[in-house]
Design a protein around this ligand. Structure first.
Ligand code: F6P
Length: 324
């Protein structure tokens, strides 16, 4: 046992649907390649504390279809500091961990890069509903979140139409407008507010009034959480402006993070999990798995952390055209 290659695995930051599918794929691919697998509980916080448990094939049974993460997660403040990273490496060495696979978002990839800079063999798997990670077309969890948003907005539209109201709906995404823009297209919004392209309350009001005058039975406004305007305030101000529709608002919140992963996310997570272990088998590390075109490729972590993913503004403008 002792001379077997041992890989650790953790999930970090905001949980995302499909993380469990990725854990399962990593564990089973690693076992198929004669490796030991150690599960790290509570993300980087557990790495610093040495919260480890061995993972076998049966330990990851029945989790493929479950949201959240069976390894649990955290946003570790200690690990951000160099001292925390050093403690984590000590714990890894004590446990005989030869490499680490990190499933998480932008912050988690920063942590993975920091470890790789300190000599740890690390592979990242992008997992985040926000889809704000550079180097992959889409992260594990984003598709499920988009479907959750779509389902919620479709329901809200039913009641919005029945009462001829304007609905302001807040999506997650931290500093990224990706989810909001995509929701704008797939849910038929009048206008979308995103951090990347600030607009005024007057512009929102004008779009709502325009929809009313064009004979629409409802107006949908999607506000990304990081847009700079609070949804509660936006709803109040639009309501006061006499734009035809009365307004209501809904903050979708953490509903967007949960639920059973879609077929797309299960497949993506499985492919990335397999690819992450393949990297270690061939001696590759310091990389993140990224979807490029139809293939999963290795993207250097240094590039992932030194580039910012941008929202495609073509999609942003598409929302307006399609809302005629
Ligand atoms: O990164 C995922 C995410 O859900 C963001 O969209 C959101 O801003 C944040 O996490 C919320 O974090 P928490 O669950 O710690 O409040």
């Amino acid at each position: 046992m002792a001379d077997k290659f041992t890989v650790g695995i953790l999930t970090s930051g905001g949980d995302a649907p499909g993380m469990n599918a990725a854990i399962r794929a990593v564990v089973r691919t690693a076992l198929a390649n004669n490796m030991n697998v150690i599960g790290v509980m509570h993300g980087y916080e557990g790495l610093v504390n040495g919260e480890f448990r061995p993972l076998g094939a049966r330990d990851v049974g029945g989790i493929l279809q479950r949201g959240g993460t069976v390894l649990l997660t955290s946003r570790s403040k200690r690990f951000v500091e160099s001292a925390g990273q050093r403690d984590a490496i000590r714990k890894m060495n004590e446990a005989g961990m030869d490499a680490l696979i990190v499933i998480g978002g932008e912050g988690s990839m920063n942590g993975a890069y920091a470890l790789s800079q300190k000599g740890v063999k690390v592979i990242g798997i992008p997992g985040s509903i926000d889809n704000d990670i550079w180097g992959t077309n889409i992260a594990v969890g984003t598709d499920t979140a988009m479907n959750t948003i779509m389902d919620a907005v479709d329901k809200l539209r039913d009641t919005a139409s029945s009462h001829q109201r304007a609905f302001l709906i807040e999506t997650m995404g931290r500093n990224s407008g990706y989810l909001a823009v995509m929701a704008g297209i797939i849910c038929g919004a009048e206008i979308v507010l995103i951090p990347e392209h600030p607009i005024t309350v007057d512009e929102v009001a004008a779009a709502v009034e325009d929809a009313y005058q064009r004979g629409k039975t409802h107006a949908i406004i999607i506000n990304a959480e990081g847009s700079g305007i609070r949804t509660t305030e936006l709803a109040l101000r639009i309501d006061e402006m006499d734009v035809g529709f009365k307004t209501r608002m809904t903050i979708l919140g953490h509903i967007q993070r949960g639920g059973s992963p879609t077929a797309y996310d299960r497949l993506l997570a499985s492919r990335m999990g397999v690819k992450a272990v393949e990297a270690l088998v061939e001696g590759t590390h310091g990389m993140m798995t990224g979807l490029k075109g139809k293939g999963v490729e290795f993207i250097p972590l240094v590039d992932v952390v030194s580039n910012k993913r941008k929202v495609n503004m073509e999609y942003y403008h598409m929302v307006k055209v399609l809302s005629r």
